[in-house]
Design a protein around this ligand. Structure first.
Ligand SMILES: [Zn+2]
Ligand SMILES: [Zn+2]
Length: 153
């Protein structure tokens, strides 16, 4: 069972089942991660179980207009998961992939989707086909496409 924690280990969690890895290039994720993009694992909310600590939260409207909530450690400030009120996020948890305790676990997961690629930095190379808005793949009708509006904080 995958487990994860914040930098200081005050917050810890575990989840069951397989998550879907989603890379997000949106500008709020850049700011939140302090980097050029964020790597997220989307799991059903019922699969997620906090095992230590109580996160502090801060909410702001996402692109859907509904709240996106960052759940972070009051001690180290590290956001370990994101929840939201929009249709898809209401039943899901967005776990920040870098918080996984087993560093090899993420290596075994293939990203399912990249979103907000219009904000992808020009020097970032990917070997996979990157879905873009207007590709015609119908991805807006998928759950991952829908997260486009949910992760955009
Ligand atoms: Zn912490
Ligand atoms: Zn994002």
């Amino acid at each position: 069972m995958p487990t994860g924690s914040c930098l200081c280990k005050n917050l810890q969690y575990e989840y069951t089942g397989e998550g879907q890895v989603i890379i997000c290039h949106c500008l709020p994720c850049r700011r939140l991660s302090g980097s050029a993009f964020s790597t997220n694992i989307l799991i059903p909310r019922s699969s997620f179980h906090p095992t230590s600590g109580t996160p502090k939260t801060i909410s702001r409207p996402g692109d859907s207009g509904l709240d996106v909530t960052l759940n972070f450690c009051a001690n180290c400030g590290h956001t370990i998961f994101v929840t939201g009120e929009s249709e898809v996020l209401r039943g899901s948890i967005v776990v920040k992939a870098g918080t996984l305790d087993d560093p090899e676990l993420l290596d075994k997961m293939a990203p399912a989707e990249e979103i907000y690629t219009e904000h992808k930095v020009s020097w970032m190379q990917t070997e996979r086909k990157v879905k873009k808005e207007g590709d015609g793949g119908g991805w807006m009708s998928t759950a991952f496409g829908a997260t486009l509006f949910l992760l955009g904080m």
